[in-house]
Design a binder for this molecule. Structure first.
Ligand code: NDP
Ligand code: GDR
Length: 362
């Protein structure tokens, strides 16, 4: 039985919507950031595995459940109000909803915005993790904990490829805050013996990716142009390289980390790095739009080879105050210990996203 929420508004869906079937008790998981890309895919994965899935969402005028609805699981998860900046609701939640596994995916996740709101980024992405860990330590120390760490912590290149032991040199308030979240998780594991693991995940994308991130901005823009729109896509640094995988593969790795007897930290990555401009070309190819690139720096443009229409322009407004130029991960530890492997390569990913956006624009 799920204990009743300690405040009337805390649970939006009545508890015990899904009583355990058969003799095996159902595992129960909590996902912060369940309304985000990874939260939605992870919820789907855990439901498929038979978990009772709870998730935290911020109170907004309009509840954001679009991704859960797209996956057809909005009615199968139990949602609770939760903001990581507020200790009291974290305390009430963890006291009221005991779970086997706790996945902390909530974050101010857009790197570009973290320069505009550096203190908020620190509060959610750094302090929020400490609030969760300390409450779990006090009220539910046996809960297994997953922290969404990130390749952004590597920042300025110290080694290629990047592994779990590569030194961090974050280049944004987002990355700095995530480094705190990472180390406080490691520290609580070492100080209090908590089963706490960090997934150091490289970029992972999907048709559910937020529209401000570059891959989705590209695939949505290309889909509109393929459907007849005239405005070219305005992008920033086209030379930055990312190691892009499919979000559906990466949530499987998160789950596998929490099934290990011994908690640890793992890189999840494809091992292939691709410049932004090549991602544009891969996505355009999937829409039968071959591109010609010319010019350099802010003069660089891409045109549709068949029509001569301008498809991409560089706009300096989208450059960042400090850039992460090269990310490429080595996921050998995850492969060996977790049996984890990415199944979608960058071309397949670009095509999947471009086609989904093309269909959505129709
Ligand atoms: P999204 O931006 O899609 O989702 C972020 C989630 O966090 C949303 O549900 C959002 O809620 C929630 N959130 C934001 N602020 C708060 C807050 N103050 N309190 C509670 N919830 C909050 O990100 P992704 O799904 O892509 O990423 C999931 C996690 O993994 C993040 O921590 C991200 O930093 C990390 N990560 C992501 C990678 C990627 O490539 N996708 C790579 C490495 C790490 P709302 O809907 O209300 O905005
Ligand atoms: P990132 O993803 O910063 O790696 O963080 P994003 O897609 O925002 O940027 C990737 C690279 O593309 C360059 N770029 C642009 N980026 C955006 N958003 N918009 C543009 O117009 C544009 N033009 C060029 C950026 O400069 C950058 O080099 C993501 C997030 O999911 C984080 O939460 C996560 O931790 C990391 O991935 C791993």
């Amino acid at each position: 039985m799920i204990p009743a929420a300690t405040t009337p508004h805390l649970s939006r869906i009545p508890p015990c919507a899904f009583p355990p079937s058969g003799d095996t008790p159902r595992k129960r998981a909590f996902i912060t950031g369940i309304t985000g890309q990874d939260g939605a895919y992870l919820a789907q994965l855990l439901l498929d595995k038979g978990y009772e899935v709870h998730g935290g969402m911020r109170r907004n005028a309009q509840a954001e459940r679009a991704r859960l609805e797209t996956l057809g699981i909005a009615d199968r998860v139990i949602l609770h109000d939760l903001d990581l900046t507020e200790m009291t609701n974290i305390f009430r939640l963890i006291r009221g909803v005991p779970v086997d596994e706790f996945y902390n995916l909530a974050a101010q996740s857009f790197v570009g915005a973290s320069w505009e709101q550096p203190i908020y980024a620190g509060d959610v992405n750094g302090m929020g993790v400490a609030r969760l860990l300390d409450t779990l330590r006090t009220l539910a120390p046996a809960t297994r904990f997953y922290q969404a760490s990130t390749s952004e912590m590597f920042g300025l290149v110290q080694a290629v490829p990047q592994v779990e032991t590569t030194p961090f040199y974050p280049r944004s308030p987002y990355g700095v805050a995530k480094a705190y979240g990472h180390y406080i998780t490691v520290n609580y594991r070492e100080s209090f013996g908590m089963h706490a693991s960090c997934g150091i995940l490289f970029n992972h994308e999907s048709p559910l990716r937020g529209e401000e991130f570059v891959t989705r901005k590209i695939t949505r823009g290309l889909a509109r142009i393929a459907r007849g729109a005239n405005a070219p896509i305005q992008l920033g640094n086209l030379s930055a390289r990312r190691d892009w995988g499919f979000a559906g593969d990466y949530v499987e790795g998160m789950w596998r980390m929490l099934q290990q007897d011994i908690p640890s930290d793992y890189v999840l990555a494809t091992g292939v790095t691709t410049p932004i401009r090549d991602f544009v070309s891969f996505a355009a190819e999937a829409l039968d739009m071959p591109l010609d690139w010319r010019g350099e720096g802010v003069e660089e443009v891409a045109t549709d080879r068949r029509t001569g229409r301008r498809v991409v322009e560089v706009n300096p407004a989208f450059f960042r105050p400090a850039e992460v130029e090269l990310l490429v991960g080595d996921a050998s530890r995850a492969r060996t210990r977790l049996g984890w492997r990415p199944r979608v390569d960058v071309r397949g990913l670009a095509a999947m996203m471009a086609r989904a956006d093309y269909d959505a624009v129709a």
